[in-house]
Write a protein that binds this ligand. Structure first.
Ligand code: FAD
Length: 464
């Protein structure tokens, strides 16, 4: 078992942790890593693609299991749409495999680089959360190895308590080793997108609420720099699948080659260099300029067709875009608030960020519904994700402001998502998970991991 030393970072490059890195390729090697950890008194964290914005896949001074060595797709049935893959397989691998046969993953994140293991551990949501729930609702079965060395198979009916807690369990109960999921039938490689502007937060949230029942996906861009009467303005993309027969040439549009995001802009300029050109705009004035220009460009209401990959993975258009935020990186703050209280809560949050001179440079809204997973982040309402630039000078002020946000969100009956928030405290987590949920989680943790081997920096921050 080879162990390397590595200084690992979160996706936002705002945190880092020194760790021993082990890259298992078999279940045996995962078990050996647990045995080694127990003997040497070290903690263990699994890591997929490291796309969590926070400390979920970091463990200072511990062992990180880099799961990307276990990334095979082991079974695909194009008739039933059932796929089985190892946990290190990425969403990119999955959609490349299934789309040419007329299927698409039912839930995807805003980047295709995430792994199945990471997606299950966080129980990711897509722009269709209000309709399809989180990814866990489409998992038919998974296998996992526990820190005790035991191997378990879980489905909603078999070991149901583990099924509903390991999915959403932030990698703290065991390591996924295989996942079987149901894909969604599609009849075209294209989606139909209605794009229209919204003038303020009230109109924004109403459009998400009213547009969701008539669409398969809905997502809003929110201008975090707009104030006063324009607070919360932005643009909605309400999207639907094409029905059977609507696309005259589905075999062509569903080809991977016709989905892939082009590597060059205007056919000549490599996208990989684009983040260097974005850097000079990553300040309050530049962000105001970009957001204002985007809002003006969005004033034209229109409908267009877009490939699945382009619609879902817009952020992948600019590789390493996060580097444009500079050396101290960025923090993404995502809150989930019931529909009855969201408008007032986010008015307060947005105004507070403007008052502090710390506006969000990118804001994204979605419509959600609750789910039955143990550490759920969902509500019958909306989410707002806000990206904040971190600098040496603003770090303390930003941290304090995000804790103020937490109070507002808690007061509004909201929740938080631990693939994102990095400032939320144990007290806040206790308040929104509730004592009963935390007791259940602790009991399961004792059962699956009696020696407490699985720990991440996030776990230490929130659960210990
Ligand atoms: C650009 C961008 C867009 C995003 N958009 C969305 C979005 O739309 N919706 C959404 O929900 N999230 C979104 N995310 C967050 C992302 O989907 C989650 O953070 C996801 O968990 C990352 O997967 P990963 O493979 O990188 O996992 P990592 O970040 O490496 O790990 C995440 C968690 O999974 C655990 N883990 C990893 N592998 C295993 C395994 N085999 N067994 C057990 N536990 C494991 C880790 O211990 C950790 O707790 C986005 C992130 C980025 C960077």
């Amino acid at each position: 078992m080879q162990k390397n030393f590595a200084q690992l970072e979160n996706f936002g490059h705002s945190l880092s942790a020194p760790s021993y890195l082990i890259k298992p390729t078999t279940i045996n090697e995962i078990s050996e890593a647990f045995t080694f950890a127990r003997r040497s008194g070290l903690s263990v964290t699994a890591r997929g693609a490291g796309r969590s914005y926070n400390d979920a896949a970091l463990i200072g001074g511990g062992i990180v299991l880099d799961m990307r060595g276990m990334n095979a797709i082991t079974a695909w049935d194009a008739k039933s749409g059932l796929i089985t893959a190892q946990p290190g397989a990425t969403l990119e691998q999955i959609w490349h495999k299934v789309e040419p046969d007329g299927w698409w993953p039912p839930v995807v994140s805003g980047t295709m680089t995430t792994t199945l293991g990471g997606c299950l551990a966080a129980n990711i949501h897509g722009k269709n959360n209000f309709r399809m729930g989180p990814i866990g609702e489409h998992v038919v079965e998974f296998t996992a190895v526990l820190p005790t060395g035991a191997e378990v198979t879980c489905s909603p009916k078999k070991n149901g308590d583990l099924f509903y807690s390991m999915i959403s369990g932030l990698g703290m109960l065991g390591i996924f080793t295989s996942v079987t999921m149901q894909m969604k039938r599609i009849y075209s490689g294209l989606l139909s997108v209605d794009a229209f502007p919204v003038r303020n937060l009230h109109e924004h949230l109403n459009s998400l609420l009213e547009g969701a029942p008539n669409h398969n996906y809905i997502v809003g861009w929110l201008d975090g720099t707009a104030s006063g009467k324009s607070l919360g303005r932005g643009q909605i993309h309400a999207t639907r699948y094409l029905k059977e027969g609507e696309d005259p040439n589905p075999q062509e549009t569903m080809k991977v080659a016709n989905q892939i995001l082009p590597p060059l802009i205007f056919g000549v300029f490599p996208k990989s260099l684009l983040h260097y050109f974005m850097s000079p705009f990553m300040n309050n004035l530049g962000a105001w300029g970009i957001n204002t220009a985007k809002y003006i460009a969005s004033l034209r209401k229109h409908t267009f067709r877009q490939s699945h990959a382009a619609f879902h993975f817009l952020l992948d258009y600019v590789p390493n875009w996060e580097l444009s935020y500079g050396r101290s990186g960025l923090i993404q703050y995502q809150s989930f608030v019931p529909k009855e209280t969201a408008e007032d809560a986010w008015k307060e949050v947005l105004n507070l960020s403007l008052k502090n001179g710390l506006p969000s440079y990118l804001g994204v809204t979605k419509r959600h519904r609750p789910d039955q997973f143990l550490l759920t982040h969902a509500v019958d309402g909306f989410s707002l994700a806000m990206d904040f630039k971190v600098t040496k000078g603003n770090r303390a002020k930003l941290g304090a402001m995000l804790q103020e946000f937490d109070k507002i969100i808690l007061q509004a009956g909201g929740r938080f998502y631990f693939a994102k928030n990095s400032e939320t405290t144990a007290e806040t987590a206790q308040a929104f998970y509730g004592q009963e949920t935390l007791e259940k989680f602790k009991k399961l943790k004792k059962r699956c991991d009696p020696h407490g081997l699985l720990e991440s920096d996030l776990y230490r921050r929130i659960f210990e």
